[in-house]
Ligand binder design. Structure first.
Ligand code: NAD
Ligand code: TYD
Length: 370
């Protein structure tokens, strides 16, 4: 039995991880800390908070005093560190927030955990997992082999650079202080509860509202799509079975370019409308409501500066050492995800608040159609 701290537990992957952890390890006690930035949402956790199945703290990982107090009170022996600023486009517009949370926040948390574990004598059975990204490795040429754990770090966005800095700090704490830490670097996640600023939910919601589907540049950029349920399963396995000081790559084995992803979303929505007439009444602005393909909404807009061309993950180490393998195929996972956003209009309409609209205007306002 462990007392577990999940940072960023009100974010997309964090919420999914809380539910996955409770299923996989029901005897563990879970505490979530989250600063409740624009990216956070606790709706899926409300029942667990209300019946005290999890302990929820609204707080900032940069607050050393708070973190120390939480370690004293809860005697954590597991930390799954997911709290971060996570959106590349926002890091281009406002990089400072990324350095604050992803570098200074990671440092504060790491140091507080080390102090607490040394003082309480549990360092031999404690584990700290830093959840990082494949973006630290930079961009792959079309025919190059997928990223392995020994690929060089070549971050191209302020987001990727800040996550790389976090990884380096964690690594240095293992070597210097014997910190029982591990790192995972995963590819692009998708699935339920993802904030509508990210590619897949953004395209689904825009299509349902009949708004343009803004593909950056020519849409040939490739990502390796990982279903969030596969990711969470892998995180729980790595924190329990991984070797301290090691890095594990987690990928979906689903390389697709953005054009293919957006077309598949359109076709999936078209088919859903053809099969269920009630959808046309709920989403009358969607082209599929009048039998026209959502593909007609696709528009190509100015590219993202420093846009990495391709990410792909070689997850052999995860499979051979831990026995973990991703199982959700992209077409199946995408169908489930489209279904989830169709069913949970209440969820995304709440998230799309005034603040979200300000962001959309800021990010897409300057992009011209090409
Ligand atoms: P997210 O943006 O949905 O959630 C991040 C959460 O962290 C939010 O709830 C936010 O409120 C919280 N947070 C931000 N700053 C904080 C602070 N200073 N103190 C406490 N909480 C704070 O992100 P996500 O997609 O769930 O990603 C989780 C982790 O996984 C991140 O570390 C990210 O870098 C990594 N990752 C994500 C992906 C992906 O595709 N989503 C891919 C690779 C790696
Ligand atoms: P995103 O979801 O922001 O993840 P990341 O930048 O971390 O990979 O974007 C995924 C891909 O989709 C990326 O190549 C950028 C592209 N993209 C668009 O073409 N249009 C959009 O509106 C967004 C948000 C992303």
């Amino acid at each position: 039995m462990h007392s577990v701290l999940i940072t960023g537990g009100a974010g997309f992957i964090g919420q999914n991880l809380v539910h996955a952890w409770r299923t996989a390890r029901p005897d563990d006690r879970l505490t979530v800390i989250d600063a409740m930035t624009y990216a956070a949402n606790v709706r899926s956790l409300e029942l667990l908070i209300a019946d005290r199945s999890i302990h929820f703290v609204r707080g900032d990982i940069r607050d050393a005093e708070l973190i120390r107090r939480l370690f004293d009170e809860h005697r954590f022996t597991r930390v799954a560190h997911l709290a971060a600023e996570s959106h590349v486009d926002r890091s281009i517009v406002d990089p400072e927030a990324f350095l604050q949370t992803n570098v200074l926040g990671t440092f504060t948390l790491l140091h507080a955990a080390l102090d607490a574990w040394r003082a309480s004598g549990v360092i031999d059975r404690a584990r700290f997992l830093h959840v990082s990204t494949d973006e630290v490795y930079g961009s792959l040429e079309p025919n190059y082999s997928a990223f392995s754990e020994s690929s060089p770090y070549r971050p191209n966005s302020p987001y990727a650079a800040s996550k790389a800095a976090g990884d380096h700090l964690v690594r240095s704490y293992v070597s210097t202080y014997g910190m029982p830490a591990l790192i995972t670097n995963c590819s692009n996640n998708y699935g339920p509860y993802q904030h509508p600023e990210k590619l897949i939910p953004l395209m689904i919601i825009h299509a349902l509202k009949g708004k343009p589907l803004p593909i950056y540049g020519d849409g040939s950029n490739v990502r390796d799509w990982l279903h969030v349920s596969d990711h969470c399963e892998a995180l729980i396995s790595v924190i329990e079975q991984g070797r301290i000081g090691e890095t594990y790559n987690i990928g979906g084995g689903n390389e697709r370019n953005n054009r293919e992803v957006v077309r598949l979303i359109c076709d999936t929505i078209d088919r859903a409308f053809a099969a269920d007439r009630a959808l046309a009444a709920r989403f009358p602005s969607c082209p599929a409501a009048s039998g026209t393909s959502c593909r007609t909404l696709i528009s190509h807009v100015t590219d993202r500066p420093g846009h990495d061309h391709r990410y792909a993950i070689d997850a052999t180490k995860l499979k051979t050492e831990i026995g973990n393998q991703c199982s959700v195929g992209f077409e199946t996972g995408l169908l489930q995800t489209v279904r989830w956003y169709l069913d949970r209009e209440d969820w995304w309409r709440d998230v799309i608040s005034g603040a979200y609209q300000v962001w959309i205007d800021k990010n897409y306002g300057f992009r011209i159609e090409i």
